[in-house]
Design a protein around this ligand. Structure first.
Ligand code: ZN
Ligand code: ZN
Length: 161
């Protein structure tokens, strides 16, 4: 479903449907995590989730929170995990199945069950996402970029008095 601005709206809920939510627009990222916390809290072999800016989420119904993860007080389903600026939504809580969301990365791959294979298109991380290790292209190799025109020079950043 789309809103008037053409943004995708996705609906979701817990198992008993007391908690319901919707997220508007495309997620910032979609991932899979095999870490110990994700295994224990989901009771499954891994968790799959998508992350939206907090402003994209509207939610109704009562949730309780333990260790930063929230769940329906009635049925215990994990639904959303709300941080200061982001909302993590469990893919399994979305209503339309299969969803159109595909994980772009996998975390804690050393804890992946042996019967699971790495997703061929997904970036693999041994632990959490290490953004510092992101390879940076040298300036000369950045496609379509001209430093002269696109990066403001220091003097232009100073506001006129
Ligand atoms: Zn519920
Ligand atoms: Zn995890």
């Amino acid at each position: 479903m789309e809103n008037r601005s053409g943004e995708t709206i996705r609906f979701g809920s817990c198992y008993c449907r007391a908690v319901a939510f919707r997220v508007t627009g495309q997620p910032l990222r979609v991932g899979i995590c095999h870490c110990a916390d994700c295994r224990k809290t989901s009771g499954s072999a891994f968790s799959a989730y998508a992350v939206w800016p907090i402003s994209a989420l509207e939610q109704t119904g009562q949730v309780s929170t333990y260790g930063n993860r929230s769940f329906c007080v009635t049925c215990g389903s994990r639904v959303t995990f709300v941080r200061d600026d982001e909302a993590e939504v469990m893919l399994g809580s979305l209503d339309v199945v299969p969803s159109d969301l595909t994980p772009e990365y996998e975390l804690w791959t050393g804890r992946r069950e042996n019967w699971l294979h790495p997703l061929p298109e997904a970036r693999q991380f041994e632990h959490d996402r290490d953004l510092a290790a992101e390879p940076e292209l040298p300036e000369t190799e950045q496609p379509g970029r001209t430093l002269e025109t696109e990066v403001p020079r220091p003097t232009e950043l100073v506001r006129p008095v």
